[in-house]
Design a protein around this ligand. Structure first.
Ligand code: M6R
Length: 623
């Protein structure tokens, strides 16, 4: 999730680039940079930190030139630094590139280019694109871009600029947004509409596989073979605020809808075809060509094999992801796991030794309690692993090892895509450990990997029909108490669903292990009380149905969440929402989605400030 801008015309490029990047700063803000062509040279300036750091560097030395590209970064490969900030260049500074996305095969390409004598200056995946341009260049700028696109695998929106072809910018899209804005005697490029909305409302929204050759008075769109594509102009009718949210009413809704992509991006690094190597401890674990690999984990596999206890420590939604992670590691890798709230962990004198692995989950990587718990864990001699969404965050810097979710910036206070990407990462980690410890056989591994790959499309399916959720939210949005029940992993998801509802709609919501109701909570179940019952865990299905009957017998209004194909649940309750069927270990990734939407629409019904709920902050940096 980075922001990209480009300008070509008669006016000075730099002011537009900086203004555009300001509008896109919400997409990434760990470093920024621009490149401007003028007088036969390309001027590049970059700065780590917020965009203001770049603006400061440019004070009094704004580059002159009418062609330029710019980038605001959310790091994925390579920590935030001046060196890793975009734009990147080839060895001789002839080709300049900015990129949003992940070039999956960059390591192999980099090795090939290094062997040919190319000199790399950053740790990014992006830089290979500039060197490939240099390597494949045959005098035809657009033609060479097409050749480069054929060599790279992964997701991208890319903009190329060339010292030898200052009359054009070339951009390409695959799985990441890219838009070309039409001006008079000038044209614009951006990853997102907010960057250009005050310049033009006439745009070409590029599709996957399309390439645009952008000159100051013409735009040609082709496919990757160079064949022209007939494109319709899209007139943007959104206002600037709506454009920032990609047309969604709130960031939370946008982020809920971003989950399929966030999950795909997070999985990308870990499910691949890879040759096992001594250096990265990669292990081939499925025979269909797919493997779970953790090249980032530099621990000796022997350590992972011999761990005798795991603690997962986190706060809020990340803690709920940890509860699911416990199931994954215990079920798949057969290791004892305890899950702790970070604010409790460090004060309870945990039993830790050098065979203990402590995993700290935090979207922001800045949560004070989680950080303090990690420090305590290190002091006691445990190995520490951070799972975070922010490269270079305090937690990432402090941990022995780090795994990143690639959810992109999460702006709404209510965490959604961070949670599902944390679940995906925990699942893959558990499967990786299971392989090392030989606790899951190859057939089961293959089955799970193949189901895992279907999850993004299944989430998209869950997001297509939200009307029943809206209706339910409208009908019950003014109830002051809601109960969530479920068993096993359904209980873990119920906890997250209840938290979502509490924090943004201010409805009192409680989640209970369904079997626990009769030990006290059943006293609160009276006529008309809404109960959300999750019944997707096949291994405890009958028991869950019995608990549902208990609440129904007290005249609760029961809304169920079941897997597609379930014909039983609807016999007992008021309404059922179905999610696509998958393995019971993976279904939390699907069941949480209607719960996120339910919280969202309940908050809308009650007129709450969805993205900025009262009394809460996105990142809690105080104890
Ligand atoms: O950045 P972190 O993941 O460490 O944040 C932890 C919690 O503060 C966070 O998940 C919080 O509970 C969310 N607002 C829940 O939606």
């Amino acid at each position: 999730m980075c922001g990209i801008v480009g300008y070509i015309g008669d006016k000075s490029a730099a002011p537009f680039l900086l203004d555009g990047l300001t509008k896109l700063e919400y997409r990434g803000y760990d470093s920024a940079g621009i490149a401007v062509y003028g007088d036969g040279n390309i001027f590049i300036e970059k700065a780590v930190g917020r965009l203001n750091a770049l603006k400061e560097k440019l004070k009094g030395r704004m580059p002159e030139g009418v062609v330029g590209i710019g980038h605001t970064r959310w790091a994925t490969h390579g920590r935030p630094s001046d060196r890793n900030a975009h734009p990147h260049t080839d060895c001789h500074g002839n080709f300049i590139v900015v990129h949003n996305g992940i070039i999956e095969n960059y390591m192999a390409l980099k090795e090939e280019l290094l062997a040919k004598g190319h000199n790399f200056t950053s740790e990014t995946d992006t830089e290979v694109a500039a060197h490939l341009m240099e390597d494949l260049y045959d005098g035809d700028f657009a033609g060479t871009v097409c050749k480069v696109l054929k060599r790279i695998e992964g997701s991208y929106s890319l903009v190329f600029m060339s010292k030898d072809h200052p009359e054009e910018l070339i951009c390409a899209k695959q799985d990441n947004p890219l838009v070309v804005g039409l001006g008079e005697g000038e044209n614009f490029i951006a990853s997102d509409i907010p960057a250009i909305i005050n310049k033009t409302r006439s745009t070409y929204i590029l599709n996957d596989g399309e390439v645009a050759i952008v000159k100051k008075d013409s735009i040609t769109i082709t496919d990757r073979e160079g064949k022209p594509v007939n494109k319709k102009i899209f007139n943007v009718s959104w206002n600037a605020e709506a454009a920032e949210k990609g047309g969604y009413e709130h960031f939370m809704l946008k982020e809920i809808h971003e989950q399929p992509k966030a999950i795909r991006d997070t999985m990308r690094g870990f499910i691949k075809q890879i040759r096992p190597s001594k250096n990265n401890h990669a292990e081939r674990i499925a025979s269909d060509g797919s493997s779970i690999v953790f090249p980032e984990l530099k621990w000796d596999p022997e350590f992972l094999r011999n761990i005798d206890k795991v603690y997962i420590v986190a706060c809020g939604t990340a803690y709920h992801a940890g509860l699911v992670g416990k199931f994954y590691i215990e079920k798949l890798a057969r290791m004892l796991v305890e899950v702790d709230l970070a604010s409790e962990f460090r004060y309870r004198d945990p039993i830790i030794d050098n065979k203990t692995l402590t995993i700290f989950i935090s979207q922001s990587g800045e949560t004070s309690d989680t950080l303090a718990a990690m420090k305590e864990s290190k002091r006691l001699g445990a190995k520490t692993l951070a799972i975070t969404n922010v490269i270079g965050s305090s937690l990432a810097r402090e941990a022995d090892q780090v795994l990143y979710t690639i959810a992109g910036p999460e702006i709404a206070v209510a965490s959604t895509k961070a949670y599902t990407t944390q679940l995906i990462l925990m699942f893959m980690l558990a499967l990786y450990m299971a392989q090392l410890r030989k606790t899951v056989n190859e057939d089961r591994t293959r089955e799970l990997i193949s189901l895992l790959k279907k999850i993004p499309a299944q989430i998209s399916e869950t997001l297509t029909d939200v009307d029943p959720i809206k209706t339910f939210a409208r009908s019950y949005g003014f109830n002051e108490h809601v109960f969530y029940i479920g068993r096993s992993l359904d209980y873990c998801v119920a906890l997250e669903g209840a938290l979502k509802l509490k924090e943004i709609s201010y409805i009192h919501a409680e989640a209970y292990a369904a079997g626990e109701l009769k030990h006290g909570t059943l006293a609160l179940i009276v006529e008309g009380v809404p109960v959300i019952a999750l019944a997707t865990q096949k291994s405890v299905y009958d028991k869950t149905i019995s608990n549902i009957k208990e609440v129904k017998a007290r005249d609760a209004v029961v809304i169920g969440i079941a897997a597609a194909g379930d014909t039983e649940l609807e016999k007992y309750i008021d309404h059922v929402m179905y999610v696509p069927d998958t393995d019971e270990l993976l279904i939390p990734l699907l069941t949480v989605v209607p719960l996120q939407l339910l919280a969202y629409y309940a908050a809308i019904t009650r007129g709450c400030d969805v993205d900025k709920p009262r009394n809460l902050a996105k990142s809690v940096t105080v104890e």
